[in-house]
Design a protein around this ligand. Structure first.
Ligand code: NAP
Length: 250
C-alpha cells in the first residue's frame, strides 16, 4: 500500500491537491494543524471513492521537533510521493514586519521543509517511482518588494529543491525532486499574510488562479519529467528544467 503525503492539506492548494490525487486513486496522508478541516476532507474523499485510504495527522510545522515526530510516525508507511506544501507569508516592508510571524514563517517554509525533505531523501532516494515536490512560489524566482522575507524564504525552497534535484540526477538516484512555483492563487494565503478577516480576490486581483487550477498544475508537474512547474507573468503554467545555475562539487 503506497501513500502520498501532503502537508498543509487543510485548505487552499494542499486541499485541492489532495482531491486531485484522490481522483487518481492515490492513498493519502493529510497533514496540517486543523483536525476538523482534515477530517472534513477525509470524508469528502471517502464519499468520492471509498477505496482510497486516507490517514490524517496533525502537526504544527512551526515547531521543528514536530517535523521530526511527524516523519518518525510515518515510517511504517510506504510513501510514494511527499509534497511539502504547508507555508505562510508576511506582507509587510522589512522595517515593519512582525518578527514573531516571520520567525514562524521561516520555521515552516524553510526549517521543517528541509528536515522533511532530508529524511525522505535518506529513505527513498533508491525507490523507483518516488517524488518529492516542494511548493515554492513565483516569488521564489522574483523578489516581491513588500514581502521580501517571504520571497527570500521561497528563494530558499527553489534553490534547495533544484539543487537537490541535481544531486539526485548526478547520483543516478531513482527519486525525483521538483518545485511547484504558483503565482497568486485564491486560497486563505493572502488573508493570513495580511492578517485580514477576509480577502476578495475578484475585487482586488487582476489575475489569479483558483486552488483547483493550481492542483491541476501540480498533477501536470507530477506527470512530467521536468524539475520546475512555474506560473509566468502572463499566468501561463510552464514546465521547465532547472532555472538556477548549478555548480557541481560531486
Ligand atoms: P493556505 O490556504 O493558507 O494553506 C496553507 C496550508 O499550510 C494550510 O493547510 C495550513 O494548515 C498549513 N500550515 C500553515 N502553517 C502551518 C503550521 N505551522 N503547521 C502545519 N501546517 C501549517 O495557503 P495556500 O495558498 O494553499 O498555500 C500553500 C502553499 O502555496 C504555501 O507554501 C504558499 O507559500 C504557496 N503559495 C501560495 C500562493 C498563493 O497566492 N496562494 C502563491 C505562491 C505560493 P493549518 O492552518 O490547518 O495548519
Amino acid at each position: 500500500m503506497k501513500y502520498t503525503v501532503i502537508t498543509g492539506a487543510s485548505s487552499g492548494i494542499g486541499y485541492e491537491t489532495a482531491l486531485a490525487f484522490a481522483a487518481r486513486g492515490k492513498n493519502l496522508i493529510l497533514v496540517a494543524r486543523r483536525l476538523d478541516k482534515l477530517e472534513e476532507l477525509k470524508s469528502t474523499i471517502q464519499e468520492m471513492d471509498p477505496n482510497v485510504k486516507v490517514i490524517v495527522r496533525t502537526s504544527d510545522l512551526s515547531v521543528t521537533d514536530q517535523a521530526y515526530t511527524l516523519y518518525s510516525e510515518l515510517k511504517e508507511y510506504q510513501i510514494e510521493t511527499w509534497i511539502n506544501n504547508a507555508g505562510l507569508g508576511e506582507a509587510a516592508f522589512v522595517a515593519d514586519q512582525n518578527l514573531d510571524k516571520v520567525q514562524t514563517m521561516l520555521r515552516v517554509n524553510i526549517e521543517s521543509l528541509t528536515i522533511l525533505s532530508t529524511l525522505y531523501v535518506r529513505d527513498y532516494a533508491e525507490v523507483e517511482g518516488t517524488q518529492l515536490i516542494n511548493v515554492s512560489s513565483a516569488l521564489g524566482y522574483a523578489i516581491a518588494v513588500g514581502s521580501v522575507s517571504y520571497s527570500a524564504s521561497k528563494y530558499y525552497v527553489s534553490a534547495f529543491t533544484e539543487g537537490l534535484a541535481k544531486e539526485l540526477e548526478l547520483k543516478g538516484a531513482k527519486l525525483k525532486a521538483k518545485v511547484l512555483a504558483p503565482a497568486i492563487t485564491e486560497t486563505e494565503f493572502v488573508k493570513k499574510s495580511l492578517g485580514a478577516e477576509e480577502f476578495d480576490y475578484k475585487a482586488n486581483m487582476p489575475k489569479y488562479h483558483t486552488a483547483n487550477e493550481m492542483a491541476g498544475f501540480m498533477v501536470k508537474l507530477y506527470d512530467s519529467n521536468e524539475v520546475v512547474g512555474i506560473v509566468d507573468q502572463n499566468y501561463e503554467f510552464n514546465l521547465r528544467g532547472q532555472i538556477y545555475p548549478v555548480i557541481s562539487e560531486l
